[in-house]
Design a protein around this ligand. Structure first.
Ligand code: PLP
Length: 626
């Protein structure tokens, strides 16, 4: 049970039940709201839905919105802060309609708003925000159309703030607001000199691509003053980067930004809003450290520290406390989604059987050297034996190339080699050497999972991000295998060989031997942020099936079922016309009938199989529809 560290990363949302299944708790402190993931899968399978499937838990999203808002409001109350807090959700982190809708609906009690980085996202925000006290922060590059839309939003009661990211944008904002007769809310995005540690922190420092440096900030202020528009300058924004693991960086960023904020107040701008961007990290590996997959602070500490920092600087500068905005995305949506996938097959390098059992007498001469190494093996010479084994295996491979060893002999040699290596690892695994370190991974099984890394977990591939991965059942039995995971793309990069360990990254995952006549299902957790959005169509494996689960009035409800991409869908994304493909097959099969190669009935079956293929799921289907 402790193997997977679920108590460290599960954040009370996920735990292992008495009968060895993972349960998700949908409502804080309500044991009745706990449900086993396996029972959800069974229910979905009865309804005909196939794995892989992405589960979304809207109650968890609500709990996160509450957590972040209450943490800021609590920190402000405790510290005697006179301003307030307004969260804005950055749509890019997970743009799915269900996510934005839920945030706007549940977040309304906290006036939680949205952050947009493009025209498309602004259109979503304008339609969904229905609260004059919630902000819509308009970041990103803005053309006239973007600016016009934001200004029109103001006239229908949506509190848009146009954040200047580049000096040139000011002219367009001034020109359009005059032309339309609408007074804008203007914000400035500053380039912080603070550079945070972590994976995604290029947003800080002199070379960051977004925002204005100090000289440009002053130029914009002077322009606004000259144009008599300084009264519209309300907000200062900065963003140090996403997943900032170290609280020290967060504090430094807040200090620097508050000095800028006060500077703008001293310049005569009304201000009132300080937007601290995103960056609130998730403890993916449960280590509570400043490693890039974790964070060395709690949400409470994050809020307390920022509030304290802002108050200290405002006091020194004699400036009123601003309304604080934060653009947390990851911290809001990561826990919301879980990817469930079935294991299709395994490749086992050594199954524990005796090295010399079942060896064909005819191949023994070719194995002489390898078997001799085994005979001589003892604690003192384990490393030496390993070197010899590698040497003799290479020798046999070379002999095979020159036709001096046949295929059966080579196959037996490979088997014996791996068996002896496994024996060395088992008996003398503690020997410290780089070769021995590699053995665990070399001997591990490969478990083939029904998923695409590139579609569902792109950050694992792109930046070695760790997500918690574990079986969702059989957890009352000790796992007996060590494995890495492979997806079903034909790409050697489509594998996962880094897993969460207690103190360091593990190279293998502990798993069970596959159960007979039953699925073995793994869950990949905390995948609600960025993964769906960044995923791609490698090998034409498309979106997975998606289902939302909600606990309401004492009942669990499955809803918003979205069927994953069909083969026809993904083909049309890359500009094939499924009807045209079908027509080509019809013609080809007709020619085969004319040539007497197949019967008309066989043609019918071929066409039926082809069209069923087009309608099918892009992932491996275990039970074919009739
Ligand atoms: N705000 C801006 C401007 C961003 O670029 C990002 C993402 O990097 C975010 C907010 C969201 O950050 P996070 O997911 O760390 O909360």
């Amino acid at each position: 049970r402790k193997l997977y560290h679920i108590d460290s990363w599960g954040n009370d949302y996920f735990h292992i039940s008495e009968n060895g299944e993972i349960e998700v708790r949908l409502k804080d402190k309500d044991p009745k709201s706990q449900v086993s993931l396996l029972s959800i899968v069974k229910g979905l399978q009865e309804r005909g839905m196939k794995l892989p499937v992405l589960l979304r838990f809207s109650n968890i999203l609500d709990s996160r919105i509450q957590h972040i808002n209450e943490s800021f409001l609590g920190a402000m109350k405790d510290a005697g802060y006179t301003g307030t807090y307004r969260g804005v959700y950055p749509i890019k982190v997970n743009q799915q309609q269900q996510v934005v809708e839920e945030i706007c609906k549940y977040g309304k009690q906290y006036h939680h708003g949205l952050e947009t980085g493009s025209k498309a996202e602004l259109l979503i925000a304008l339609a969904h925000i229905d609260d004059p006290e919630a902000y819509v922060i308009c970041n990103g590059y803005k053309d006239e159309e973007y600016i016009d839309l934001a200004l029109r939003g103001l006239s229908i009661g949506v509190q848009t703030v146009l954040v200047v990211e580049m000096p040139g944008e000011v002219d367009i904002i001034l020109e359009r607001s005059r032309a339309m007769g609408i007074t804008p809310n203007i914000g400035l995005r500053m380039k912080p000199s603070t550079v945070a540690s972590g994976h995604w922190t290029d947003s800080g420092g002199d070379r960051s691509v977004f925002g204005l440096n100090t000289t440009q900030v002053i130029q914009v202020v002077d322009k606004l003053r000259k144009e008599q528009m300084l009264d519209s300058l309300k907000l200062l924004h900065y963003h140090l980067g996403s997943q900032i693991p170290n609280i020290r960086d967060i504090r430094m960023g807040a200090t620097e930004a508050t000095r800028f904020y006060c500077g703008l107040v001293h310049e005569g701008a009304p201000m009132g809003l300080l937007d601290i961007g995103g960056g609130l990290a998730i403890d993916y590996d449960g280590s509570h450290t400043d490693s890039s997959n974790s964070r060395n602070y709690s949400t409470k500490e994050y809020c307390d520290d920022i509030v304290e920092e802002v108050m200290t600087i405002c006091k020194e500068e004699g400036v009123a406390h601003p309304t604080l905005l934060s653009e947390s995305g990851r911290a809001l949506v990561s826990y919301y989604s879980v990817l469930l996938l079935n294991i299709l097959d395994t490749n086992i390098f050594w199954n524990g059987e005796d090295v010399e059992a079942n060896l064909d007498q005819e191949v023994l001469p070719a194995l002489e050297n390898l078997l001799y190494v085994r005979k001589m093996l003892n604690e003192k010479n384990a490393q030496e034996c390993l070197n010899d084994l590698n040497y003799y295996r290479e020798e046999i491979r070379n002999k095979f190339l020159y036709g001096k060893v046949n295929m059966r002999e080579r196959a037996a040699a490979e088997h014996v080699y791996w068996s002896i290596v496994a024996e060395i690892k088992q008996s003398y695994g503690e020997v410290e050497s780089p070769e021995f370190e590699k053995l665990e991974q070399q001997l591990s099984d490969i478990y083939y999972g029904n998923f695409s890394l590139f579609q569902s977990l792109p950050d694992v591939w792109a930046i070695d991000q760790l997500f918690p991965i574990m079986p969702i059942h059989m957890l009352d039995k000790r796992p007996d295998r060590k494995a890495i995971l492979s997806d079903i793309t034909c790409d050697s990069e489509g594998k996962i060989d880094r897993f969460i360990g207690r103190w360091e990254v593990e190279k293998t995952l502990s798993l069970h031997s596959l159960p007979e006549n039953d699925d073995y299902i793994l869950g990949v957790f905390l995948v609600g942020a960025y993964q769906e959005t960044l995923g791609d169509l490698h090998n034409l494996l498309g979106d997975t099936n998606v289902v939302s689960v909600t606990y309401e009035d004492g009942k669990f409800r499955l809803h918003n079922e979205l069927e994953g991409d069909t083969v026809a869908d993904v083909l049309s994304y890359v500009e094939y016309e499924p009807k045209h493909l079908e027509a080509l097959i019809r013609n080809k099969a007709e020619r085969a009938v004319q040539d007497g190669k197949i019967t008309p009935l066989e043609r019918r079956r071929i066409i039926a199989a082809y069209t069923a293929g087009l309608r099918g799921y892009t992932y491996y289907e275990t039970d074919q529809e009739e």
